[in-house]
Design a protein around this ligand. Sequence first.
Ligand SMILES: C[S@@+](CC[C@H](N)C(=O)[O-])C[C@H]1O[C@@H](n2cnc3c(N)ncnc32)[C@H](O)[C@@H]1O
Length: 105
Amino acid sequence: MAEQNIARANIPPKVTIITGDTLKVIPTLQGMFDFAFIDAEKTEYFQYLKLAEGKLQKGSVILADNAGAFADQMTDYLDYVRNSDKYRSRYVKVGNDGVEISVKL
Ligand SMILES: C[S@@+](CC[C@H](N)C(=O)[O-])C[C@H]1O[C@@H](n2cnc3c(N)ncnc32)[C@H](O)[C@@H]1O
């Protein structure tokens, strides 16, 4: 579906789609990232972040979806971004759910 939407948007040279298990894919990614959107297995958010952390720079933004409705499944993630002093982080309510927006310090 993403491939189809990207093709319709006529921006294929700017987008690379990588499929697979996130826990295996993140370590293979090269380069640094300005933005990360996390929206897979809720209990694995903290693992995704720790795997990606070395590829994030000061000012990189991480947006974690479902941080309201599934907060109980990502307590390790939320505790880390809110209390580790490595991020400035805020919960933004969206309808009955919300997102956790974190900026790497
Ligand atoms: C909430 S949905 C994502 C929806 C998507 N962001 C969208 O807007 O269409 C979560 C997806 O993450 C996938 N998923 C869960 N754990 C994963 C993992 N370790 N690696 C890759 N995908 C995973 C699930 O199969 C599911 O399709």
